[in-house]
Write a protein that binds this ligand. Sequence first.
Ligand SMILES: [Zn+2]
Ligand SMILES: [Zn+2]
Length: 358
Amino acid sequence: MHARDTRLVVEELELEPPRAGEVAVRLVATGLCHSDLNGLHGTRALPTPMVLGHEGAGIVESVGAGVTAAAPGDHVILSAIGRCGRCAACVDGRPWMCATWGATLFSGTLTDGTTRLSLRGSPVYHWFAQSSFAERAVVPEGSVVKIRPDVALDKVALLACGVSTGLGAVFNAAKVRVGESVVVIGCGGVGIAAVVGADLAHANPIVAVDIADDKLEYARSLGATHTVNASREDAVARVREITGGGAGHTFECVGNAKTLGQLVAMVPAGGDGYVVGDAPPGTTFPFATDGFIRNKHLHGVMQGNVRATVDIPRYVDLYARGRLPLDRMATRTYPLDEINEALAALETGTGRGVLVFG
Ligand SMILES: [Zn+2]
Ligand SMILES: [Zn+2]
């Protein structure tokens, strides 16, 4: 990305070898996630030129001094949010809130404040300290999650960010129990993963809300028991009707004022609502306070509250056992030179796109 709102350009860059605490990875696949589009078209000020991509999966080529997270030849997923292991959040067991990574995701550098990428001698900046829309990447070992070598990297790449976010929202943030009711607003990559998670948790009913019929049909094929098309129906009234007054757990996976308003309205007294979607900075919305005094709860969820090194290998195991339908979630592949088309396609249709390399 040479500038905001331009076409991405595929070109040859220089990549320095890994320094101490870093890992060089030959990427096999990288998932396409909405945050990449936000980087390209959003309002966040980013240094350019920059290599986007934050759902990488590949094979370790070499490691810098002191690295213990992985060794050459290991199959790894590059978690969108890494951990430093030393900040208060990491020590407290909440690595998804790692202060080091929080400061690094959009800084354009790796966690040491420098870049390994350059173009004809000028610096090129990193994205999520990863930059995996590329055949190779050097990343801090805190983003590296070693996984078993017998699974398809072009499927499990989705676990680097979007799918883990949806699953983690259900398993880690909400801790949904068997038979509890779930509503998911928005059936994009994250929302569909929340539907799949609710199905794995044996939630009932599982109500999917979207404005596109094809996405709702897809949600039904992956576990939704009911669907609501919010472009034709009053989503709040319909959800109340289906769930008998509102669900135990309601997940907002879109990130805009309208769906956030629907979330608050749908959560009943005693119920929990989860803000999973990433709304643009400064988004505000008005809401009625009814129910809050009667234990209506709203929670913000960061990256599914996922503990990458614990949860991602578990999700990989579930996939290997045939319980996690990643084959039906990663539905389209693109070569690197179709990156612009692949990103454009993120907005439409069902299933997720994955870049595959050489
Ligand atoms: Zn940390
Ligand atoms: Zn993402």
